[in-house]
Design a protein around this ligand. Structure first.
Ligand code: KIV
Ligand code: NA
Length: 265
């Protein structure tokens, strides 16, 4: 199979072929998603929530991101693998940002990194790109800034924030980002951004007028029982499936149904 590259997804935008992205954090799941044809696997810092059980993405460390990313890279035969730079590993210090990106590239074999923010992080973005590491931007609801926002509600519904978002997208493009993720913003603003830049715009809760979509794998599979935001389409109710299977296993063990004659040596 031919590897998806930053050039492949740029061409997808030009050709009008939508880009599919999903998060992955471990080898076994990443292998299934890659076999199923996901274009881009994102080792998101949402691992902090869905893997480690933290309330926010802030606590996850660079070492922990590297552990997840290396596992995903070992599984991905076709997908482009993008890794989030975690909170505290790139903000306000471009030298440290480069060092963090270099560690991810060297220690995981991933193909690109993702960074939250616009103008505030532009020096870090430029420095990483100047080292030859492709960067994805991330604007809108940027979860590492949750304590600044105070809420997970839709961003950029007001003119000033919308104007800054559009200007940030252009800055990120000019700095050399090969793609931008837009999270939880009005569909019409996302459309404006996708039309204003030539790099692919990948949305989550950003509507249909963008160049691709991304979801957190656990959300799409319905592993998180109670997370049902408007933007999410659930393709499975895996919580139920796993719950029922586990309950059945417990029952079978208790009533000596498992293992049976054929299931022993
Ligand atoms: O960490 C993550 O899962 C993300 C996506 C939601 C874009 O950044
Ligand atoms: Na993230």
């Amino acid at each position: 199979v031919k590897r998806v590259t930053t050039h492949t997804i740029q061409k997808m935008k030009v050709d009008g072929e939508k880009i599919s992205m999903l998060t992955a954090y471990d080898f076994s799941m990443a292998r299934i998603l890659d076999d199923a044809g996901v274009d881009v696997l994102l080792v998101g810092d949402s691992a902090s929530n869905v893997m480690a059980g933290h309330e926010t993405t802030l606590p996850i460390t660079l070492d922990q991101m590297i552990y997840h990313a290396a596992s995903v890279v070992r599984a991905a035969r076709r997908a482009l693998v993008v890794v989030d730079l975690p909170f505290g590993s790139y903000q306000g210090n471009s030298k440290e940002a480069l060092a963090s990106a270099v560690r991810i590239m060297k220690e995981t074999g991933a193909h690109a990194v993702k960074i939250e923010g616009g103008e505030e992080v532009i020096e870090s973005v430029k420095r990483i790109i100047s080292a030859g590491v492709p960067v994805v931007g991330h604007l809108g609801l940027t979860p590492q800034s949750i304590y600044k926002f105070g809420t997970y509600a839709v961003r950029a519904t007001e003119e000033a924030e919308a104007a800054k978002l559009l200007s940030d997208a252009k800055l990120l493009q000019d700095a050399g980002c090969f793609s931008i993720v837009l999270e939880k913003i009005p569909a019409l603003l996302a459309k404006q951004v996708a039309e204003a830049v030539h790099i692919p715009i990948i949305g989550i809760g950003a509507g249909m007028h963008v160049d691709g979509q991304v979801l957190v794998m656990h959300d799409l599979l319905g592993i998180n029982k109670d997370f049902k935001p408007r933007f999410l389409r659930r393709y499975l109710n895996l919580y139920e499936e796993i719950y029922n299977a586990t309950q059945q296993y417990v029952k079978d063990v208790k009533n000596r149904d498992f293992p049976n004659e054929k299931e022993q040596y």
